[in-house]
Design a protein around this ligand. Structure first.
Ligand SMILES: Cc1cc2nc3c(=O)[nH]c(=O)nc-3n(C[C@H](O)[C@H](O)[C@H](O)COP(=O)(O)OP(=O)(O)OC[C@H]3O[C@@H](n4cnc5c(N)ncnc54)[C@H](O)[C@@H]3O)c2cc1C
Length: 458
């Protein structure tokens, strides 16, 4: 087993801290560079949100071992924490009360990575050259050399814009003071901004659904508050999730509660609404869909764009990455999570092999490894970094082993066209444990010698 290797870990979110714990346990030397002033800087921005996964799925095993040595009491595995509780009861103690406290450098933003003495085009001897990581802290520019790099810097700080074509909508930048992204705290810290206002929420993922539910609660407390749901697709039911079939009950219930509000007409729903332009209308926002200024539009005081996230690849330009051109996830992982393809929402556990690039020793992991795809779970990230730490330490057998059983979503998407909570479970139900497959249909196809799953679109 290799020792004395330095492993740079970019980001002190839950997966970055887990990576540090696994690397430490392997006898290697982790150094965590975190842009924010404290660990879990991204989760601090959404700490008002209740997680849809209970504690049982939120704690990494190596992190737990570090905490246990300090006399930590683990939370009730069946309870669903808020982001705030996730930090207070798990991530903050992990970052400040265990040996990780000595290896985390906060207020340290990574700005560029290369290999010492090698530009991107130079090959001979490249794999042996250490990584050179540039970062900025309060003192100025710093350099760290490392034998391996795990980029777990998440995607929270690079939300996708409102524009349906992936670009900012015309006028989006000019009206930035009335537009928020992802999941602002509409009932708490930012209540005064939204109470009594007409608020358009754009998106169809968990963040949009959660915000719309919060706005309907706010409307009860602050009359005059009105929620308009803008979604690009034609079918609101796609956002309702797997309901009772979802093995993460809170996630299923969120979708079911939302479905009830939509069916009751509590929320104004605008389907097929691809935002193209945002302009001023008597002090309000005029949010238009379509190519011409006469097109369909809604008027709102505020817009919340919950259109997903994308990875910040700006500091990785000198590295030889192998990313899927659409999803911007590692090529071997992308087909498992691509919403255009068959997906059970339930992603097979994966590790160092699927996350490798043409740059030995460099890995994307955690939320960032999913690129633009949604449905990432912390527990998936914990398994990723367990496997990566084993691989870096030279323990290929442990790296290849799968040590995770993921909860099923109960949602099956086929060819991106259909998303349904199937009463029998996803695509015929979960696959048998002994088959490396995402659902029963997939398992049947593989047993029959086919490469892909048995869904009609494949
Ligand atoms: C609202 C919301 C709710 C969610 N709920 C759940 C849930 O219930 N269950 C679940 O399993 N998952 C959930 N997720 C998904 C996912 O598990 C979380 O986003 C999780 O925080 C991802 O962990 P991470 O460590 O990969 O990234 P992050 O938590 O985003 O951490 C990344 C860290 O990197 C730092 N960073 C960024 N750029 C740089 C840089 N250039 N240099 C140095 N540091 C940098 C950031 O400051 C941050 O601290 C949720 C996500 C969101 C947004």
């Amino acid at each position: 087993m290799s020792i004395n290797k330095t492993v740079a870990i970019i980001g002190a979110g839950p997966v970055g801290l887990a990576a540090a714990a696994h690397v430490l346990e392997r006898g290697l030397r982790p150094i965590v560079l975190e842009a924010g002033p404290e660990a879990a800087h991204a989760i601090r921005q959404w700490q008002h949100v209740q997680l849809f996964s209970p504690w049982a799925f939120n704690i990494d095993k190596a992190a737990q071992r570090l905490l246990a040595a300090e006399g930590w009491n683990s939370p009730d595995p069946d309870v669903y924490p808020t982001g705030r509780e996730l930090i207070a009861l798990y991530l903050a103690p992990l970052a400040t009360k265990t040996p990780l406290r000595d290896i985390i450098r906060t207020s340290s933003r990574v700005t560029a990575i290369s290999r010492t003495g090698f530009d991107k085009a130079k090959s001979k001897g490249r794999a042996e050259a250490p990584f050179e990581i540039r970062y900025r802290n309060g003192k100025g520019a710093e350099v760290l050399h490392a034998d391996a790099v795990i980029d777990v810097s998440g995607t929270w700080f690079s939300p996708s814009p409102a524009g349906a074509n992936g670009l900012s909508a015309l006028g989006e930048a000019e009206h930035a003071e009335r537009i928020a992204y992802a999941m602002p705290d509409v009932r708490g810290a930012q209540r005064s901004r939204y109470a009594g206002k007409t608020v358009a929420v754009l998106g169809a993922g968990h963040s949009a659904v959660g915000t719309l539910i919060d706005l309907t609660e706010l409307a009860r407390e602050a009359p005059g508050t009105k929620a308009i749901w803008l979604l690009r697709g034609p079918d609101p039911a796609k956002a309702f999730g797997g309901g009772a079939n979802d093995k993460l009950a809170a996630r299923g219930e969120l979708g079911s509660a939302f479905a009830a509000l939509v069916r009751a007409g509590t929320i104004q729903v605008e389907t097929g609404f691809g935002v193209s332009a945002i302009s001023d209308a008597d002090g309000c926002l005029r949010i238009a869909a379509g190519p011409s200024s006469n097109d369909r539009h809604v008027i709102a005081d505020q817009l919340i764009a919950a259109t997903g996230f994308r990875p910040d690849l700006s500091f990785l330009g000198e590295l030889r990455l192998r990313l899927d051109p659409a999803i911007e996830a590692p090529v071997a992982l992308a087909p498992l999570i691509d919403p255009n393809e068959h997906s059970c929402g339930t992603v097979r556990p994966h590790g160092a092999r699927e996350l490798a690039h043409d740059e030995p020793g460099f890995y994307l992991a955690g939320m960032k490894s999913y690129g633009r795809a949604p449905t990432f779970l912390m527990v998936t990230g914990y398994e990723q970094v367990r496997s990566i730490a084993a691989e870096i330490a030279g323990d290929s057998a442990a790296a290849a082993r799968v040590e995770l059983d993921l909860p099923e979503t109960g949602v099956c998407t086929r060819g991106g066209l259909e998303s349904a909570a199937v009463s029998s479970g996803c695509c015929g139900g979960p696959a048998p444990a002994e088959v490396d497959a995402c659902c029963t249909d997939d398992a049947a196809a593989k047993i029959a010698g086919q490469s892909g799953c048995g869904c009609p679109s494949r």
